[in-house]
Design a protein around this ligand. Structure first.
Ligand SMILES: Nc1ncnc2c1ncn2[C@@H]1O[C@H](COP(=O)(O)OP(=O)(O)OP(=O)(O)O)[C@@H](O)[C@H]1O
Ligand SMILES: [Mg+2]
Length: 245
C-alpha cells in the first residue's frame, strides 16, 4: 500500500536534545543528569533493567511530565497539532468502538469531521482493523489493542513516535506484526524511540541504543557497538542475562 511521506512538508522538530536533565520525586532522583540527542529518522531503543527509568524518560521526552532540572528541547516547533505521539506501556483505550478511538485524538488535534472520517477509514484499512471497527475497543485481545494503540498514534502523522514496551505480553506472531509496523513507520520517515525488555527484539529493531541504569544514562551509541562491545560492566551483565538493578 502506498503511504504518504509523513515529514515531507513539515518543519522538522528533530533533533530532540536533553541537557543535564534530571527528574526527582521527593528525595528520590529517578533520572539523573541525562544528556541525549535523538536524531531524525533513527530508531532508538532505550534499554535497562526494571525500574531503571525507561518509561519515565519517554514520558518526559513526550512532555507528559516536566523535568526537575536541566532541559528538553526540540529543534523547532511544528505548526501542526500533533508532531509527536506516544503509546504507553499499558495503552489506555476509550470505552467506545475502535472507530471512535481513532476519531477522538484527530478531533482533539483539530481536524474537521470530513477529513477525520477519511483519515479514520484509511487508518482502519492500513492496520487491518476494518473488521473490528465497530467493536468495543476494550474487548479486543491484547494484540489487537496494541495494534489499535499504534494505529491511533500513527493516524496523527507524527514525526516522532514514543513506544513504551510495544509488544510486552504479546505472542510471537503478534510481536512480529508490531515489529513489522515499526519498520514500516521508520521507512515512512517517522523517528522511533522505544523501550524493550526483549533483547532479541532490541537487536532486530535498534539502530541506536541508550542504556539506563538506576536513572543514569551510562551508554549511548550505535546498536552494533552496544551489543558487540558494551563499555560498562552493567551493560555487559545486562546483556549476559545477569540480574542487575
Ligand atoms: N511518580 C513517581 N513517584 C515515585 N517514584 C516513581 C514515580 N514514577 C516512577 N517512579 C519510580 O522510578 C523508577 C523508574 O520507573 P520507570 O517506570 O521509568 O522504570 P522502567 O525502567 O520503565 O521499568 P520497567 O522495565 O519495569 O518498565 C522506579 O523505581 C519507579 O518506582
Ligand atoms: Mg517501563
Amino acid at each position: 500500500m502506498k503511504v504518504d511521506k509523513v515529514i515531507a512538508s513539515a518543519t522538522t522538530i528533530l533533533p530532540l536534545r536533553l541537557k543535564d536533565m534530571s527528574y526527582s520525586v521527593g528525595n528520590a532522583r529517578l533520572l539523573d543528569g541525562i544528556d541525549l540527542t535523538v536524531k531524525a529518522g533513527r530508531r532508538l531503543v532505550v534499554m535497562g533493567p526494571n525500574g531503571a527509568g525507561k518509561s519515565l524518560l519517554l514520558r518526559l521526552c513526550h512532555g507528559l511530565i516536566e523535568p526537575t532540572s536541566g532541559s528538553i528541547s526540540w529543534q523547532s516547533q511544528d505548526p501542526r497539532p500533533a508532531a509527536q505521539a506516544m503509546v504507553l506501556q499499558r495503552p489506555v483505550l476509550l470505552r467506545r468502538s475502535v472507530r471512535a478511538n481513532l476519531n477522538y485524538p484527530l478531533a482533539l488535534a483539530g481536524y474537521a469531521r470530513a477529513a477525520r472520517s477519511e483519515m479514520v477509514q484509511k487508518t482502519l484499512a492500513r492496520f487491518g482493523l476494518i473488521p473490528l471497527a465497530e467493536r468495543p475497543a476494550r474487548l479486543l485481545s491484547g494484540g489487537e489493542q496494541q495494534r489499535l494503540a499504534l494505529a491511533r498514534a500513527w493516524a496523527l502523522r507524527p514525526q516522532i513516535l514514543f513506544l513504551d514496551e510495544p509488544s510486552a505480553a504479546l505472542d510471537p506472531s503478534a510481536t512480529r506484526a508490531i515489529e513489522d509496523l515499526i519498520f514500516q513507520f521508520s521507512a515512512e520517515g517517522i523517528t522511533i524511540v522505544m523501550t524493550s525488555h526483549d533483547l532479541f527484539q532490541a537487536r532486530r529493531l535498534a539502530q541506536d541504543v541508550a542504556f539506563l541504569h538506576r536513572g543514569r544514562l551510562i551508554e549511548h551509541g550505535p546498536a552494533a557497538q552496544f551489543f558487540d562491545a558494551p563499555q560498562t560492566p552493567e551493560a555487559r551483565d545486562f546483556l549476559g542475562g545477569a540480574l542487575i538493578w
